[in-house]
Design a protein around this ligand. Sequence first.
Ligand SMILES: [Zn+2]
Length: 453
Amino acid sequence: MIREMKRDELLKSVREAEYLTQEERQLLQQKRLHELVDYAREHSDYFKTYYQDLPEDYTLNDLPMTSKKQLMPHFEDWVTDKRVSREALEVYFSDLNNIGMPLLEEFSVLTTSGTTGQPLWMVRDSFHGKVHGSMMAVRLMERLGIDPWLDSSRYKMASIIGTGGFHSAVSSFERMKNSSPCPEHFLLCSILDPIPEIVANLNAFEPALITGYPSVMAVLAKEKLEGRLTIEPKAIACSAEQLTEYAYKMMKDAFNCTIANSFCSTEGGEVAFNCTCGNMHLNDDWIIIEPVDSNNQPVTDQTMSAGVLVTNLADYLQPIIRYHVEDSIIIEDGQCPCGSKLPIVRLLGRNGENLSFDIDGGSRTIAPVMLDFLPTKTDGILQYQFVQKSPKLLEMRIVYANGSNKEEVDSQISHYVKQLFKDNQMDAVVFEIVDQPPVQSKGGKIKTVVIDF
Ligand SMILES: [Zn+2]
């Protein structure tokens, strides 16, 4: 049985699957999907009913979509273990000392930051931990040669993340610290701390490995290039946000060390990792990602999606099967020079609602991804945030890359934004670049497109 695979079998499978052909990986997906669906039908009251009319020889496309809105109200019927009750979770969340501690002594617990409505509760069992840990060990740490620096008995690790909640980054940090023989080798900094304070703490601590969001790492790279930050880390591991080419280059220039980037999601786990060529590879032996448009119809390769249907083939406790999330993604054609056969993806993350502007007595909308695409075409932008300030005004906040010419950057990006509005008959929208840094959301990330009025 798949969910009884041991750690060494999982490591072997993860190593081999990376070099299987697409057809071979699809067969593997199919086998894993069937075992997961059968298990869900047997052990989840929700899926028992939801899947009652499935044909016997069903394929992925026969499975109806799911979503947070649909499943969270039925949380107790959704999970496959009756011990994981709403009450047990509420008690667990009521005590902040539980961050990073297991629920019922065996499950790990995460929540989303809950920007839209009710937060998602995600409870994972040890099998999920083993699968995703194996992928991380082989396809990130081993691939990029970071594993030696993870030995916390010899090296120190610092994380600069959003603290104080049950977000996945904090929970993982606390779990690693709690299970280490040298918990004093771990330093947690909050992204809400003033930068000089973070810099002073890092200088005193001298970590070998740093983890955090790319945008924050880029700010630290600037501190390093300007001489205030003096640490010499061996590796930097980023997650959760889009890593722009400029942020990557700046980190390379500043620290001259290995840079790892993982895209993980609460629902899907470790979705994609970067390789030595800098491309993100989708872990599609354990996660099925189906890009969809705003009507939930499949989009063809090379097109940016409005959402994705996620199937997490390792999650038997709280089945995530064709579960809709608002990530925007492009699955690229072609093979990566690094030799990995796993598909290359471009991830633009989650940007929520569309922006609606008043035009000629009516209104017109644009999708956040349309704006997000523009800075990737512009030289010299390290970090950015588009903020809609009124039904007629869009502002942009920019952190410029070192050595870039502010006027040239502003003129280039203004040109693209105005062209986008023009192309959409929205010439009346006023666009301004303001002298203000991007603002972080409560969940600790910098959302690249926000509405603020
Ligand atoms: Zn590659």
